[in-house]
Design a protein. Structure first.
Length: 194
């Protein structure tokens, strides 16, 4: 009588894939200002955003891979004007592959080739830190995280609806903390109204 073979794996030993299983996609996140001397606060006045303080001219990069939604190439902010879509001066908003919108404003310049519909990679240069718009003559990047909602023209949402601080702290250390769940929860509870 032949001995049972131990070379053949049992049916439970080999992994199986169900047809509906989808591979997990890992999103890369990058701190949005490429400079060693940066500072930012846990809060912001009036609404949920963060000002990242850095020297004028410091490089601003894409937080994650995605597609550019909006670009403002002209500073048309008028000092003393009511809050509105011109507050940011030169700015770029990006719809990340994770479905979250990332917004940076007060730029001194927008990188050549950055325009609506252009695909960018995490860490790709978008512009330079500046003090355009209502930056009060202080060099910094206004940084907001939000759902895309109307995708363009919804400036009250675009400027930021969740606190970025904990995400920025993670990304600064090379972490991967994702705002996807918090942004989705805000969208469900607020129906895109800021």
């Amino acid at each position: 009588m032949p001995a049972p073979s131990s070379a053949a794996p049992s049916p439970s030993a080999s992994p199986s894939r169900s047809p509906s299983a989808t591979p997990q996609i890992t999103t890369a996140y990058v701190f949005p200002v490429k400079a060693s001397n940066v500072d930012w606060h846990t809060t912001h006045s009036k609404y949920k955003a963060t000002d990242i303080f850095a020297d004028c001219g410091a490089t601003v990069v894409a937080t994650t891979s995605g597609v550019v939604l909006e670009v403002s190439l002209k500073d048309v902010y008028v000092k003393g004007a009511p809050d509105g879509p011109n507050n940011g001066g030169l700015s770029v908003s990006l719809l990340g592959d994770d479905g979250v919108r990332y917004y940076g404003s007060h730029l001194s310049r927008v990188q050549n080739g950055i325009k609506k519909g252009v695909r960018v990679a995490a860490g790709q240069q978008l512009g330079k830190v500046g003090r355009t718009g209502n930056a009060n003559n202080v060099c910094h990047l206004h940084y907001g995280i939000s759902p895309p909602c109307a995708q363009v023209g919804d400036w009250k949402v675009r400027r930021g609806v969740v606190w970025p601080y904990s995400y920025l702290a993670s990304w600064r250390k090379g972490g991967k903390k994702s705002p996807v769940a918090e942004v989705a929860a805000w969208k469900r509870s607020h129906n895109c109204r800021a």
